[in-house]
Design a protein around this ligand. Structure first.
Ligand code: CA
Length: 237
């Protein structure tokens, strides 16, 4: 599920954005300032950030600058005050993907969010990936080890997709439950462990190489670097 982080300190506007983006089917998290925004994005990487410029402590410019300094190219939609032309120019030069001037229609915001995601996703998310002995074709739900197809259930593939899409980052059981199970399903954290155990077995971890590490009782992490398949187009494979 596409995850959007909303950074907005006006409670009523923030709630309006959260309600409308949630209604569109996005997973939405909201914070009121820059520091919690960076923390939230680190804890769970957003696919897009709606970022108000004027925030109480760490402003939108600083958040954007910090992200780009970290070579984090998460799409950012800036919210700016009316008439602040210089702010918009500065925001775009810092690497914002688009901006909206307040007051704006929430439908306009939703349309911009969709347009940015359409524009940025194919680049951000290559469909053919490799990692160690594995090749993954995400649209086809295919995983191979040294050319041999792995027989994964859709749920196992979804867990794998989440882990390899943010290789090196720890995903808590709670986060995996939110991302890989339907909202009305209420499996326990133990369910995640069982599926991960099955996934590990199918990946061939009994051969001695851990592909998925367990992190301090908190969650799971894919440790081997993941790269786009060189020259890989979605039609390959
Ligand atoms: Ca503000």
């Amino acid at each position: 599920m596409t995850h959007i982080l909303v950074v907005e300190d006006e409670p009523s506007l923030c709630q309006l954005l959260v309600n409308n983006l949630s209604f569109e089917g996005y997973s939405v998290e909201a914070v009121e300032d820059g520091v919690p925004a960076l923390a939230a994005h680190t804890a769970r990487a957003a696919d897009l950030i709606v970022l108000d410029l004027m925030l109480p402590q760490l402003d939108g410019f600083e958040v954007l600058r910090t992200l780009r300094d970290r070579r984090d190219h998460v799409p950012v939609l800036l919210l700016t005050a009316r008439g602040e032309e210089a702010d918009r120019v500065k925001g775009l030069s810092l690497g914002a993907d688009d901006y909206l001037v307040k007051p704006f229609s929430v439908l306009e915001l939703v349309a911009r969010v969709k347009a940015i995601l359409r524009r940025t996703r194919p680049v951000d998310r290559p469909t053919l990936l490799r990692s160690g002995p594995f090749r993954f074709n995400l649209p086809r739900l295919e995983a191979r080890r040294e050319g041999r197809p792995l027989e994964l259930t859709p749920r196992e593939f979804r867990l794998l997709e989440i882990l390899i899409s943010h290789a090196g980052r720890t995903h808590s059981r709670k986060e995996l439950l939110q991302l890989a199970w339907e909202p009305d399903a209420r499996p326990s954290a133990r369910t995640v462990d069982v599926h991960i155990a099955n996934l590990r077995r199918k990946l061939g971890e009994e051969l001695g190489s851990p592909w998925i590490t367990t992190v301090g009782g908190e969650g799971y992490r894919w440790i081997t670097p993941v790269e786009p398949e060189p020259g890989g187009a979605a039609s390959n494979g």
